[in-house]
Design a protein around this ligand. Structure first.
Ligand SMILES: [Zn+2]
Length: 159
């Protein structure tokens, strides 16, 4: 059995009056993350971790910021595509652990919902995806509410 680990990191700016997509669901907040896609920072970190584990470059390599077809795209579509790339290489996802860093709004009440949505998008067991949330103790761009960051670790395997 071949077992590989991968790590992903992503960051997006937060702006007023923008839809806030996080972990595949829409957060209720006056600010939202901005980017070429729906700017779902958690999904992007998970995509990068999965791609890294399979040595398939990174999310920007496969889905260009300049591609008009990807403007505003639901990141769950990108995640589904990444999981297909892994399956094409013979890998399955063993587990995912992730952390979202943002000052507000509170993420914890929505984590179960995010886990459900992401597990079903990737067709994995809900017990195989962990999502944690932290603040930045008011320090730096996360602490100032200017942006949001996410980190993900994954384990993939093939027999
Ligand atoms: Zn991103």
């Amino acid at each position: 059995m071949k077992i590989r680990t991968g790590f992903g990191y992503d960051v997006h700016r937060l702006e007023d009056g923008v839809d806030f997509w996080l972990g595949g669901i829409k957060m209720d907040y006056h600010k939202g993350a901005v980017g070429h896609s729906d700017a779902d920072v958690l999904i992007h970190a998970i995509c990068d971790a999965l791609l890294g584990a399979a040595n398939l470059r990174d999310i920007g390599y496969h889905f260009s910021d300049n591609d008009p077809a990807l403007k505003g795209i639901d990141s769950k579509i990108l995640l589904k595509n990444v999981v297909e790339k892994l399956h094409d290489k013979g890998y399955t996802i063993s587990n995912i652990d992730s952390t979202v860093a943002l000052e507000a709004p509170k993420v914890n009440p929505r984590i179960d919902e995010m886990k459900q949505v992401l597990a079903s998008t990737m067709k994995i067991d809900i017990d195989d995806i962990s999502i944690k949330a932290t603040t930045s103790e008011k320090m730096g761009f996360v602490g100032a509410g200017e942006g949001i960051a996410a980190y993900a670790n994954v384990l993939i395997s093939k027999t």
